[in-house]
Design a protein around this ligand. Structure first.
Ligand code: GN1
Ligand code: MG
Length: 370
């Protein structure tokens, strides 16, 4: 691997001596490495080298074009705001394509990430970062964006693919997950409601991040203050609920997304409230009534959608998500299912928390929002 990384860094005109590298295991799609160099004057410098997964991203050049446009827009609006900066090759490209491998290199930002977090001020800060991200892109022309993964959060289309794959059942795994599948199919209408509303013109399309796991926020080195939202590969037109729901699905779960203790999965309402307060700080004023009314439901919808994606990948032999052991996607599915069931039970309370946030004008630093 060292030779490949060194070669890639050379192509992106990185100078100095290659010291070492480590693989960053966060992320279920791309392969990411931190490489450490000593520059000409003896200074230590690290870079992030990433191999984009071309099975997930069929047109990675389009991904890079989107990222360039979005980061440029943010830089123009907020000079001095931390952003990812991509290194260029000799011919000024932000990527290097060789065979199946699509490489890019960006700045390493000294920072901390959280996979799970029960510190409510940290959660609130993450919410604020994702809300601010969406606000910064509110005046970005969505027409300029390529659709990097079609129907990415089209829950209906995700269900339809699952149903096709269940019918084909190429590996004979469907009977093993019959219970999970039956439950998911039984809530299909509710899980797809956001998409149905969007199709009926009842929810507006915005520019959304679409992959708002809390570990896609870099925090300062104390781990408290959000610095920047990363992983912009899926920035596309979407619903506000995609970002809100996905963030809650990940950050407000009582256990990790792939915990073998999936029976313990469930919604932590304190984390939910803290994230909502942060997220709504910048977005509250721009949301329509329907958007406000469906924020809690979006958590249920996105959790079901994620379960559909994991179980589908499992029955197809896990071609999409990185796995560490054969049943990894099954464990992830069960964990999402347990979480979705718990969210469903608490929907009324979640809706009340959101209403309280609006009534209290989303006072991020002030008294409790409920
Ligand atoms: C993938 O790469 P990562 O871990 O940020 C996936 C998300 C899923 C997530 C589940 C392009 O995100 O949609 O929610 O795994 N990204 C893509 O952990 O499919
Ligand atoms: Mg991602």
């Amino acid at each position: 691997m060292k030779d490949t990384l060194q070669k890639v860094c050379g192509i992106f005109c990185i100078e100095g001596t290659f010291d070492s590298y480590e693989e960053i295991t966060i992320g279920n799609i791309n392969r990411t490495y931190k490489v450490n160099y000593t520059g000409k004057n003896g200074e230590k410098q690290s870079y992030m080298v990433q191999a984009v997964n071309t099975f997930a991203f069929k047109d990675p050049v389009a991904v890079m074009e989107n990222i360039d446009k979005v980061t440029e827009h943010i830089r123009r609006k907020k000079p001095g705001y931390t952003t990812l900066d991509f290194y260029r090759t000799k011919d000024q490209k932000s990527y290097f394509f060789e065979g199946e491998s699509f490489w890019r290199v960006f700045n390493h930002i000294p920072s901390v990430t959280h996979d799970v977090c029960d510190d409510l001020s940290v959660v609130c800060s993450a919410g604020r970062a994702f809300g601010e991200f969406q606000k910064m892109l509110a005046d970005f022309d969505a027409q300029q964006l390529h659709i990097t993964i079609p129907d990415f959060h089209n829950t209906q289309a995700r269900y339809e693919k699952l149903e096709r794959d269940m019918a084909a059942d190429p590996l004979g795994k469907v009977s093993e997950v019959r219970k999970e599948l039956d439950w998911l199919l039984s809530v299909k209408e509710k899980a797809c409601r956001l998409v149905t509303m969007q199709q009926a013109g009842e929810l507006p399309l915005r520019v959304t991040h679409n992959d708002t796991k809390i570990n896609n926020v870099l925090f300062d080195q104390k781990g408290c203050q959000a610095l920047v939202v990363i992983d912009l590969d899926t920035v596309m037109p979407g619903l506000v609920g995609f970002d809100f729901g996905d963030a809650i699905r990940f950050a407000a779960n009582r256990v990790a997304e792939d915990s073998r203790d999936w029976k313990e999965a469930g919604i932590d309402l304190d984390v939910f409230r803290a994230f909502a307060k942060g997220f709504l700080k910048d977005t509250a004023d721009m949301l329509t009534q329907n958007e406000k009314d469906t924020l809690a439901l979006s958590c249920f919808a996105i959790t079901c959608e994620q379960a559909v994606r994991f179980v589908d990948d499992y029955i197809m032999g896990s071609p999409y998500f990185k796995i560490n052991y054969p049943e990894h996607n099954l464990v992830r599915t069960r964990c999402q299912l347990a979480l979705a069931k718990d969210i469903e039970k608490h929907l009324g309370q979640m809706e009340q928390i959101i209403r309280n946030c609006f009534e209290n004008k989303v006072c991020i630093n002030g008294a409790n929002a409920d």
